[in-house]
Design a protein around this ligand. Structure first.
Ligand code: NAD
Ligand code: UDX
Length: 437
């Protein structure tokens, strides 16, 4: 088992650090955010991710997992260095690699013996070559091998995805690096998880191509859902039957207010940027992005219709702020696009989310927050559901109706029973099934 340093303790770095220590490695996680490191050393987990706390605690207690702010020392003491910092989007859609390159420079300054430098962050094709150049620029001899090891975990099920992945992608030219990486992931290797060894460039492309394809699938079903509404078909039955075809698969065919999160929006933009840069515009990806942007606008239009074009001064409850359930992440969440539009139209917003309210307050400090859906809904003229939390799936519709000023509901995640809503005489709408208002 290997001595590992993970640089960047965010959603990916922390889950990977805990997971790799569970696999038997000795892991030190480092971050420039000293407050975050302090929190972790005090047993506090800075993100909400089911199962993560106990995984971190167990491995921290048996000294397989450490947290440190001393990046230089941690790099020097480790053999495998993972880069897991953010790669947000620039204004033009291109991936911003400044954090990755800053880390590459720190590693270059601390190459005291042979190491594997491995990028887990999602980086465009060609980044590995740039990172190698930085590493070589400060060192006369090549004391490293470079590996691209993209991460496919989803927030909300990150621990499970990391511990039992569908496949591992290891991009490297070096046989030595490949066998060391197999050792890092030894339990997976023993369990016969498919391990795909490619060039660095191919590994980088696999990550973007996978994310963009899933995003494309969502935009596709959202367009079909919109058409279903117009022609009187039921998108759930359509998706279910489509999914029976093994070539299509039933996953990622759930319609909604559009995809959000820290990956799909920025990764589709970055891939599209790469296509254009190489004079090969990716028309399908560009369309998926456009459809996604329109889908959130469509949810605003549905709200306007439900309120008979009179949104000004109406009280609207928003249930669900996170970009998906089981996470506190609000990056690129549908709520961040829809709420400002409703506010622009004069609505007053009451918001509730089981775990994401603190993060949301950083972006929207001035809307009203409530500690339960019941409190958020009380006295409102309409309710919009934006995240499919289990708690919201189980909402008592009679109670909901009794608390609202008017029984008006937009269920963008299709989690409520249409027949119950109908029986209770709600004025309601959803995505992908025609509702006569
Ligand atoms: P994040 O924003 O949650 O965390 C990044 C961390 O890096 C922060 O804690 C930040 O303080 C730290 N950092 C920044 N610069 C640093 C430096 N110079 N030295 C040390 N630490 C530094 O990011 P994330 O969501 O974990 O994503 C990380 C990467 O993984 C991105 O490229 C992302 O596209 C990719 N990815 C994310 C997910 C996901 O579900 N979030 C899944 C797969 C891949
Ligand atoms: C995604 C990828 O799935 C993962 O492999 C990658 O490592 C990181 O990006 P994540 O963003 O955490 O993971 O969540 P995911 O479950 O993929 O959902 C992304 C967005 O798509 C969410 O807003 C979700 O609500 C939406 N979505 C997903 C749909 O609208 N319909 C679906 O059928 C599936």
């Amino acid at each position: 088992m290997e001595k590992i340093c993970i640089i960047g303790v965010g959603y990916v770095g922390l889950v990977s650090g805990a997971g790799l220590s569970e696999f038997g490695n000795e892991v030190t996680c480092v971050d420039i955010d000293e407050e975050r490191i302090k929190q972790l050393n005090n047993g506090e987990i800075p993100i909400y991710e089911p199962g993560l706390k106990s995984l971190v605690k167990t491995n921290y207690n048996n000294k397989k997992l450490r947290f440190s702010s001393d990046i230089n020392k941690s790099i020097k003491n480790s053999k495998i260095i993972f880069i897991a910092v953010g790669t947000p989007q620039k204004k033009n859609g291109e991936a911003d690699l400044s954090y990755v390159y800053a880390v590459a420079n720190s590693i270059a300054d601390n190459l005291n013996h042979y190491k594997i430098i491995c990028t887990k962050s999602t980086v465009p094709v060609g980044s590995g070559e740039e990172i190698e150049k930085i590493l070589l620029s400060k060192n006369d001899t090549k004391l490293f091998d470079y590996v691209s090891n993209p991460e496919f975990l989803r927030e909300g099920s990150a621990v499970n995805d990391f511990m039992i992945p569908d496949r591992l992608v290891i991009g490297s030219r070096s046989n030595k690096a490949f066998s060391l990486m197999k050792n890092v992931y030894r339990p997976l290797f023993i369990n016969e998880t498919p391990i795909i060894n490619t060039s660095v460039e191919t590994a980088e492309m696999i990550k973007y191509a996978s994310n963009a394809f899933l995003a494309l699938k969502i935009s596709y079903i959202n367009e079909i859902a919109n058409l279903c509404e117009a022609v009187g078909a039921d998108v759930h039955q359509v998706a279910k039957a489509m999914g029976q075809d093994g070539r299509i698969s039933p996953k990622f065919l759930h319609p909604g207010p559009g995809f959000g999160g820290s990956c799909f929006p920025k990764d589709t933009l970055a891939l599209s940027f790469l296509g254009t840069k190489n004079k090969l515009p990716l028309k399908t990806i560009e369309a998926a992005i456009e459809v996604n942007n329109n889908q959130s606008i469509r949810m605003v239009e549905k709200s306007i219709l439900l309120l008979d074009n009179k949104i000004s001064n109406k009280k609207i409850a928003i249930l669900g702020l996170a970009f998906k359930p089981n996470t506190d992440d609000v990056r690129e969440a549908a709520s961040r696009k829809i709420i400002p539009e409703l506010i622009k139209l004069g609505a007053q917003i009451n918001a509730y989310d089981p775990v994401a309210m603190d993060n949301f307050k950083n972006h929207f400090p001035d809307i009203n927050y409530f500690n339960s859906w019941e409190d958020a809904i009380t006295g409102t003229d309409a309710c919009v559901i934006l995240t499919e939390w289990n708690e919201l799936r189980g909402i008592d519709l009679r109670k909901l109706k009794s608390l609202m000023s008017k029984p008006v509901i937009l269920d963008t995640k299709n989690i409520l029973s249409v027949s119950k809503l109908k029986n209770l005489k709600f004025k309601y709408d959803n995505v992908g099934r025609k509702i006569s208002l």
